[in-house]
Design a protein around this ligand. Structure first.
Ligand SMILES: [Zn+2]
Ligand SMILES: [Zn+2]
Length: 315
């Protein structure tokens, strides 16, 4: 039975051991992956200990919580392992109260906005409004781009990436945009025309995402989810070059929903199209691909340094 007394004892015990546990973990994870690891794309689970279980299991040092709406929600998780979490705020970008809550969250310490996953156009009025606000607040914006449904009637998210997003990068040069999800990653290949959520096979150089990362100082990439994992696994030669070209722009993230950091439960929830990762932890799988595809120095930038710079937090 879960008693109040039991709860207080648990909290006290967690508070007492966490600094030491955290130091031990830091050393351990630097050993496991050869670098400490920052997970830019982690959706919080309701129970604080479930968040820590995923980090510890996957050898992740710190994680950025996407989807908290208020400081209280962030604090409830952070209290279980202080110093191991940052957060991006979420709010409905089509409503004034959603915009107000995003602003408030940044005032309260949120390091960014996102992920923004809405049924809007990539260059529509809602994302324009947020882009201008993010420039004023000086925080990055993480956007989910998807043109192919994962299940019936899902609908598309931030549509028109390939054709229309460049205009946003031009119009809002002070806004740091972080690209994420299917359309961002499928468009690393020049032959993509929204045929599949996760195209396979060799990559044709000259894709729009690759080009935008090269051409715009305010565009960055999030390696999370099956989309990032799949794209980075398609073509070993391409991946080597891509990681090298954008070594200061790419950030590791998992978007994993497995329970233990080893693939238990469901790693890509609500996404039958991502079955290739069934039984695997996305964090572990993507870290393995990244490590095999680049030098230790570039690996550390992508899994640790770049996110700290972006979020303006000490490494
Ligand atoms: Zn997403
Ligand atoms: Zn996992």
């Amino acid at each position: 039975m879960f008693t109040r007394r039991g709860f207080l004892e648990t909290v006290a015990a967690a508070a007492a051991v966490s600094p030491l546990a955290s130091q031990a973990l830091h050393a351990q994870t630097a050993g496991e992956w050869g670098s400490p690891v920052f997970d830019l794309h982690f959706h919080p689970r309701p129970k604080p200990e479930a968040n820590i279980a995923h980090q510890d299991g996957a050898g992740v040092t710190k994680a950025n919580l996407l989807g908290a709406q208020t400081l209280a929600q962030f604090k409830a998780i952070d209290a279980a392992a202080p110093g191991r979490f940052t957060w991006f705020a979420r709010g409905d970008i089509s409503k004034p109260e959603g915009i107000a809550s995003l602003k408030q969250a940044v005032k309260d310490g949120a390091q960014g906005l996102g992920e923004l996953k809405f049924h809007v156009a990539a260059d529509g009025p809602e994302l324009k409004n947020v882009a201008a606000m993010a420039a004023d607040l000086n925080v990055p914006v993480l956007i989910h781009f998807q043109e192919v449904d994962h299940f019936e009637n899902e609908g598309k998210w931030s549509t028109g990436f390939a054709k229309n997003f460049e205009a946003m990068l031009k119009a809002y040069p002070k806004t740091k945009f972080i690209g994420h999800a299917d359309a961002f990653w499928a468009n690393v290949s020049a032959d993509y025309h929204n045929e599949a959520a996760y195209p396979s096979g060799p990559i044709k150089p000259g894709g729009i995402s690759d080009k935008l990362l090269s051409d715009y100082a305010n565009f960055y990439g999030d390696c999370s989810a099956n989309s990032g994992n799949n794209a980075l696994s398609r073509d070993a030669e391409f991946t080597k070059g891509f990681l090298s070209r954008h070594q200061d722009k790419l950030m590791f993230g998992s978007d994993c929903s497995c329970s233990d950091g080893h693939g238990a439960g469901i790693s890509q929830a609500n996404n039958p199209a991502a079955a290739r990762l069934n039984g695997q932890c996305v964090a572990r799988s993507t870290l393995t691909v990244l490590k095999a595809s680049t030098t230790p120095g570039v690996f550390k930038k992508i899994v640790w340094d770049n996110a700290h710079k972006m979020l303006k937090i000490p490494a």
